[in-house]
Design a protein around this ligand. Structure first.
Ligand SMILES: [Zn+2]
Length: 105
């Protein structure tokens, strides 16, 4: 799914920046994933420039949201979404590679 602007009526759950309390504008918010029952948004505050990922879940009992600060840009979230997480073996392989090439002692 491509990133897109969010209609104003869908931004009421994430109305203000938790850091500077500036009211978000529609252009600050991008949809990363949009399913019938859940949406993932990337929000960059136009005032303080901090970014958040916000997961909004709707059910027959109501709506809820979870937000976390991120240093990812919206394009990064879109690009990395769906990738496998880094495993312990990946870290050990990377460490071995660095050590073999004497990039670490
Ligand atoms: Zn802000």
């Amino acid at each position: 799914m491509s990133l897109q602007s969010v209609p104003q009526e869908q931004t009421t759950l994430m109305k203000t920046c938790p850091l500077c309390e500036e009211t978000y504008k529609s252009k600050d918010i991008c949809v990363v994933e949009n399913r019938e029952d859940a949406q993932l948004y990337h929000v960059t505050c136009h005032s303080c420039n901090y970014a958040m990922l916000t997961f909004v879940l709707a059910s027959e009992n109501g709506m809820g949201s979870i937000g976390l600060l991120t240093d990812l840009h919206a394009d990064d979230v879109h690009r990395l979404r769906g990738k496998s997480p880094i495993t312990h073996d990946d870290i050990l392989t990377f460490h071995t590679l660095l050590k073999r090439n004497r990039l670490i002692v």
